[in-house]
Write a protein that binds this ligand. Structure first.
Ligand code: UP5
Ligand code: MG
Length: 190
């Protein structure tokens, strides 16, 4: 386990809850490296990889890509970085993701940052984003909400039972949300 010394924070929340937006602010203020599992998977599709077609169809359906694919991408990104502080955004999405990551990397997260946001607000944000994502349409969004409830909530429950869950009200303006996030990271300031 060559990465065992790395400091990892998992950043979780429903689709459009503001994970990517808040990660950018944490990077800027606290020098973490941001690894969005979704971005890594989308880059893998673009790269013309063997798995590209499979990943694309899973994302289009709002389904969770097999752990071995995602964990490998995260591991590769961590090993090729010279930083030792990582925000892992949008992963783990189910209990199987969680146990595969722990087993393969030996890493236990410092804590879990969880953005709580209403479906009404998340839907508005995702539909308003306009970045051409194949999953940003109302049918796929409904599926993403359901997968988040069915598969994502058990992960949050697990970390809550370990005292590692940090719940943030994500329903506010991004600057206000960040003021709640900031104190959680002051211990990691450079
Ligand atoms: N915005 C952000 N904050 C705002 C605020 N406070 N007020 C008003 N607007 C705000 O934000 C979304 C939009 O809202 C943006 O336009 C932003 O400006 C605005 P963003 O920060 O992008 O939210 P985020 O939570 O990152 O939303 P995202 O859509 O990326 O979340 P998902 O979890 O749905 O997407 P992700 O890329 O993580 O995963 C996509 C798919 O990949 C999954 O559905 C799944 O199929 C697959 N996947 C896996 O299979 N495994 C993985 O491990 C990861 C992904
Ligand atoms: Mg995102």
């Amino acid at each position: 386990h060559p990465m065992k010394a790395a400091k990892v924070v998992f950043v979780l929340g429903g689709p459009g809850s503001g994970k990517g937006t808040q990660c950018a602010l944490i990077v800027e203020h606290f020098g973490f490296t941001h690894l969005s599992a979704g971005d890594l998977l989308r880059a893998e599709i673009k790269s013309g990889s063997q798995n590209g077609a499979m990943i694309q169809s899973m994302i289009k359906e709002g389904k969770i890509v097999p752990s071995e694919v995602t964990v490998k991408l995260l591991q590769k990104a961590m090993l090729s970085s010279d930083n030792d502080k990582f925000l892992i955004d949008g992963f783990p999405r189910n209990e199987e993701n969680r146990s595969a990551f722990e087993l393969i990397t030996g890493i236990r997260p410092e804590f879990i940052l969880f953005f709580e946001c209403s479906e009404k607000e998340m839907e508005k944000r995702v539909l308003g984003r306009n970045e051409g994502r194949i999953d940003d349409n109302i049918e796929t969004i409904k599926k993403r909400f359901k997968v988040f409830i069915d598969s994502g909530l058990p992960v949050l429950k697990h970390y809550d039972s370990l005292g590692k869950l940090r719940k943030i009200n994500g329903d506010r303006m991004k600057e206000e949300v960040f003021e709640s996030v900031r104190p959680l990271f002051t211990a990691f300031a450079k």
